[in-house]
Design a protein around this ligand. Sequence first.
Ligand SMILES: Nc1ncnc2c1ncn2[C@@H]1O[C@H](COP(=O)(O)OP(=O)(O)OP(=O)(O)O)[C@@H](O)[C@H]1O
Ligand SMILES: [Mg+2]
Length: 496
Amino acid sequence: MNILEMREIYKAFPGVVALDHVTLELEKGEVMALLGENGAGKSTLMKILSGAYHADEGQIILEGRQISGYTTQEAIDMGISIVYQELNNIPGISVAENLFLNNLPTKGPAKTIDYKKLYADSEALLKRVGLNNVDPKASLGTLSVAEKQLVEIAKAVSKNVKILVMDEPTSALNDAETDNLFELILKMRDEGVSIVYISHRMSEIYRVADSAMVMRDGKYIAKVKVADTTTDDLVAYMVGRKIDDMYPKRSVTPGKEVFAVEHLTTNRLKDISFHIRAGEVVGLFGLMGAGRSEIASCIVGMKYHQTSEMRINGEKYVPVSPANALKHKITYVPAERKTDGLFLALTVRENITISNLDLFTKHGKMDLKKEKKIADEWIKTLHVKTPKSETIIESLSGGNQQKVAVAKSLITDPELIILNEPTRGIDVSAKAEIYMLINELCAQGKAVLMISSELPEIMSMSDRIYVICEGRMTGEVQKADFTQELLVKYAIGETD
Ligand SMILES: Nc1ncnc2c1ncn2[C@@H]1O[C@H](COP(=O)(O)OP(=O)(O)OP(=O)(O)O)[C@@H](O)[C@H]1O
Ligand SMILES: [Mg+2]
C-alpha cells in the first residue's frame, strides 16, 4: 500500500513554474531516489511535503488521509522528517542542543534542563549515525561540514519517523561516512520507514534505492525500478538526451611552475609541500578532517599559519587575506558556499561580478551595461537556471547557486584556481560543463588545485594527486598509477 501520494502538485514562484502537476507515490518501506537536473523541482516538492512550502494546487495523501495546510512541526508530528540540502543548524550552541532544539529534556517541578539526560541521549543518537568521536557538549560551529551534515541526519532520525526525506545527504560525506549512512538507511527501510533520497551521484542510487523517480523542468517524467534500469537510461530521462563524454580528455603538457608551497605548518598541518605547474590539475585527496580545506584556507590567507614559504610565478608570496590573494591571481571556491562563497541577499549578477568590479569600472564609474552583459555570458556558459540575472541568489536551486560560486571566482582571471568540492550538488550535464571549463583553463596555462572527495572525479580530472592524512602528506601519485586502492591506502595513512 502507498504510504504517501502527492497528486498533481503545482507550485509557481515569480518568473518560474517550479512544479507543474507533479505526482509522486511512495510505498511503506520503499527507498525511492528522486532524480533530476539542477532546478528540476526536487527540493521544492520535498519542501511542500515537509510543510515548509504550500502547494498552489494538488493533494497530499498520507496513509489514506488527505492532509493540507500543515506546518513543518505538524509534519514532524505526523512522521515526516526531512534533512535539508542546505544546513539549517545553529553554530553557536552545542551539538546536543541542536539535536533536541524543540524538545529539550527537563527535570523537576521547575522544569530545568536535564543536561545529563540530554548528553546521554545525544551520545546514543550520534553513535547511530556513526559520529562516535563527537562530543555532544561541543559547540556545533567547531564541527566540519560533514559532521554537521550527520548531526542534521541524527536530528531527523530522532523523531518517530515514517517518511524520511534526504536532500543530497552525502554531498559533504566521504566514502566511509557514506557507507555508514547507507547502512542506516537500509536498516530504517527494514524497520518499515519509507525514504526519499535525492542525490546527483548515480552510483549511490544503485546502492540504496529500490526505485527512482525522475523529474525534468518541474514535470514528472518517469518512475522506474532501479534494478531494471541502466545509468545511461536514468541520465537520458533526466537530461532528455544522452551524455557521452562525462570527463572530457585534456591534452596539455604542463609548463613551468605556477605555484609552490613549502613547509606549511599549522596546529593541524605538518610540513606540507607541493607545487603546481601551468596547465596542470593537481588533486588533493584525503578523508574528512585530513586537512585539505585547511591547506586551501592557508594559501588564500583565510587562516593564520605558523610557517610556510609560498611562491606564485616564481615570486615570493605571503598570504594575508583572500582579497590580497586575488591581487596575486589566486582564487578560491570554498566548499561551504552558503557561508563562505556567496552573498545570499544579492542578485545573481552581483554575486558573479562582485570579486572583480574593476573590470567594469572606468574613471571611478561603473559600466552597468558591461557588467550585466558579462554576468549574462557566465549565466549562459554554465547554464545557470535563473529567471533573470537580477534574481536574488537565495531563491536558486542548490546546484545553480554552486555554478554561480564557480563563475564568481573565474571572473577574476586567476593564475591559480583552488576548487573545493567544485561539483558538489551539481547535476550530470552541468558537471560535464565544469570539467570542460577546467580543461579550458588548463589550455590557457592556468594551474588548478582541486579538492574532491569523489574518487572518480579526482582520478579523471587530475594529472597528479597528493594525498593527505591527519595533516601530513602521505603520498604523491602520478596519473599512470592512479587506483582507488592506492589513494585510499594513503588516505588512511598506510605508506610503503
Ligand atoms: N523560494 C524560491 N523563490 C523563487 N524561486 C524558487 C524558490 N525555490 C525554488 N525556486 C525555483 O524553483 C525551481 C526548482 O528549484 P528546486 O530547488 O526545487 O530544484 P532542485 O531540483 O532541488 O535542484 P538542485 O539539484 O540544484 O538542488 C528553480 O528554478 C528555482 O530557481
Ligand atoms: Mg535541491
